[in-house]
Ligand binder design. Structure first.
Ligand code: 9UX
Length: 69
């Protein structure tokens, strides 16, 4: 639905990477929950967010993100 978005995350190789990506996404405005899956390279982000701001935050943390369906 409109209040959850999947992103494909690139550059994650360990659990510490997952933690960094989760932390970065949690700081973004309107994010209410985030769940990163290392094996699938995905992040499920909940909240009435601006996807571009999530992509920007992940990029600032040193990883890549693109919106997925
Ligand atoms: Mo550990 Mo993840 O150095 O890049 S944080 S592999």
């Amino acid at each position: 639905d409109a209040d959850s978005h999947y992103f494909l995350i690139s550059g994650m190789t360990c659990a510490s990477c997952v933690s960094s990506v989760e932390k970065a996404i949690q700081q973004v405005d309107a994010v209410t929950a985030v769940s990163v899956n290392l094996a699938e390279r995905t992040a499920l982000v909940q909240g009435d967010i601006d996807p571009e701001s999530v992509i920007h935050a992940v990029s600032d943390a040193g990883y890549g993100a693109e919106l997925s369906e």
